[in-house]
Ligand binder design. Sequence first.
Ligand code: MG
Length: 160
Amino acid sequence: MTMDLRVGLGFDLHRLVEGRPCILGGIEFDHPTGPSGHSDGDAVLHAVADALLGAAGLDDLGSLFPDTDAAWRGADSSALLAECVRRVTEAGWRPVNLDIVIATEGPRIAPRRADMRARIGELVGLSPDAVNVKGKTLEGMGSLAEGRGVAVQVVVLLGK
Ligand code: MG
């Protein structure tokens, strides 16, 4: 029997800087810093997109939306993710579940976890119970622990 399943891994890292809206997982947080980047800097949606593309064998977000292309300056990452989902679906795959780890000292993820699960689920076509989100702190180690960034890991399962 052939199991038509694929696993994909996504990772992204953005600096948190002053003067940027803090958008993570498609949700705007009330926080004094936000992710820098060519697009809106949403490291969570970028890692989700890379996990989906990876599982489907479709390269990565950077090759689809190069940061040298002015068209994507300030882009809404929800739209970038929607395009990735479209391509993955076109290739015959559908997401089964996502598990997401967000490592940062701020903003606090837990109070917005339900919102984030619902929003990401909406974007990838999953119910919130199939989109898990975990916030982790950095235990005082390194520049992430000083609040200067956010790192995200995502694993996704795709089925035919
Ligand atoms: Mg990114």
